[in-house]
Ligand binder design. Structure first.
Ligand code: GDP
Length: 450
């Protein structure tokens, strides 16, 4: 990796906007900016490069006449995003001006940045660790404020902080066993099996806890898909709209008209929930209708969770029971709708009684939807990245092997192999020992200019 060159990119999104920023990072950032800009308002036309200060400048076009008036901000190394000299040129947000500015920067010696290269440099220069770099991407991609706040926490280093005690305990145990082997002749006490197992236990417990937290973390990261199923007229579309709090699906009194799947994403407790309103499920003969039914079953199969909607105001029918049977093998909630009307039957305690018409019970339904994926112990922390999950699982498997080996009285040299195998994935999470291919995988998912 050559870090001696200076990179440049348009850091704001494509398209027109009030402002657009060309960002430079590297040892020549200042000199590139001096070559491509004019500073007529500075004393003697000389730019003043005071760190964390902005100054006005003109961006000359091909014929020398200004094509934009810009604001230039200098971030001196090492206290910049990349830990290198960074210059940000805030132009007006015109794509032609921004492209011209970038072309000039490249003609003056900068190189076009690869996707994620600014953040990669921050990592390679030791300003942030890998989970922090990943958090930058998650923050940019957040679709709800809650997702953003989780990413912001990780950007502050929460992932590595939580892994530090696990790593310390593991390193201590390794040291204990290594000492027993190296100094066996010097009569250094060899660790007993109990001692080893006692040391392994809290490590595996914390690894299990973190792995367990991924069910919720994945939900925060990727959201969930929720299929709303039920017989025609039970109130699926009405419920769908209630949950969305906006009119999206067509509400109608004629059974079976919602033939296509309608989907829309809502934020529930900060988690993006993709709601799928399925066609009315009935054992009907209508061809289009039965196509709809197939799709409903398909939606149920693909969804992370199903809401089976029943109508409290009319007796249950065979179709309701069949649907409940279909749903029972997967994660589902049973919703007894139309509670505002006289009841034709009484819901049991595991059903959620709601009225899509009045909004009664809807907030409890929202709680139950999110709550059924496990609760976040935000204090203890949870993992949101599948990369972290896979590595922690690897680490746990190795720790379990070590525990088995210890309890079988297997020589400590062999136990150590397992302990090292448990340590490596933890180091890979934080980037302490990272192969280039892992780096490439992470940073290639970034957008250019980050
Ligand atoms: P779908 O066929 O299952 O999608 O059902 P719709 O949402 O189209 O609702 C069918 C009919 O039931 C419409 O007339 C709705 O206004 C009515 N409806 C839906 N939910 C409720 C409710 O909670 N209470 C009452 N009284 N009527 C409802």
């Amino acid at each position: 990796m050559i870090l001696r060159d200076t990179i440049a990119a348009i850091s704001t999104p494509p398209g027109r906007g009030g402002i657009g920023i060309v960002r430079l990072s590297g040892p020549d950032s200042v000199s590139v900016a001096e070559q491509i800009l004019r500073f007529p308002r500075s004393p003697n036309g000389k730019p003043e490069w005071k760190p964390w200060r902005s100054q006005l400048a003109a961006l000359p076009g091909p014929d020398g006449a200004p094509v934009d008036h810009v604001v230039v901000t200098y971030f001196a190394r090492p206290r910049s995003y990349t830990a290198e000299d960074v210059v940000e040129i805030s132009c007006h947000g015109s794509p032609v001006v921004l492209r011209w500015c970038l072309e000039c920067a490249c003609a003056a010696g900068a190189r076009l940045a690869e996707p994620g290269e600014f953040t990669l440099r921050a990592f390679l220069n030791g300003r942030i660790d890998l989970p922090q770099a990943e958090a930058v991407r998650d923050l940019i991609e957040a679709t709800t404020l809650y997702q953003a706040s989780v990413a912001a926490q990780q950007l502050e280093g929460s992932v590595s902080r939580r892994l530090a005690p696990i790593k310390n305990q593991l390193v201590e145990l390794v040291a204990l066993l290594e000492a027993g082997i190296d100094f066996a002749e010097d009569d250094v006490g060899v660790a007993s099996t109990e001692q080893i197992l006692c040391a392994i236990e809290p490590i595996t417990a914390e690894l299990r806890r973190l792995l367990g937290s991924f069910a919720y973390g994945k939900l925060v990261q990727s959201g969930l898909t929720l299929a709303i199923v039920g017989r025609p007229n039970v109130g699926k579309s009405s419920l769908f709209n209630r949950l969305l709090e906006q009119d999206r699906a067509i509400v109608t009194e004629i059974p079976g008209t919602t033939r296509d799947l309608v989907s829309e994403t809502a934020s529930m407790k900060g988690i993006p929930v993709k709601l799928i309103d399925t066609a009315g499920i009935r054992v009907g003969q209508d061809l289009v209708e039965s196509l709809g039914i197939e799709r409903s079953y398909q939606a149920m199969a693909d969804a992370d969770m199903t809401l089976v909607v029943l109508n409290l105001s009319v007796p249950l029918e065979e179709e309701d029971r069949e649907l409940l049977g279909r749903a029972s093998s997967k994660r589902h909630l049973i919703v007894a709708n139309k509670s505002d009307l006289p009841h034709a039957w009484e819901p049991d305690e595991n059903m959620i009684t709601v009225s899509a018409a009045t909004g009664d019970g809807i907030s409890e339904l929202r709680d139950r939807i999110i709550g059924s994926f496990g609760r976040a112990d935000t204090e203890a922390g949870f993992i949101t990245s599948i990369r972290h999950e896979q590595l922690l699982r690897e680490s746990l498997e190795a720790m379990e092997k070590a525990a088995t080996a210890a309890s079988l009285g297997i020589p400590h040299e062999m136990i150590l192999l397992d302990l090292y195998a448990a340590l490596r994935p933890i180091d890979a999470i934080t980037g302490a020992t990272t192969a280039d291919d892992i780096l490439n995988r992470i940073f290639s998912t970034f957008c250019i200019g980050k």
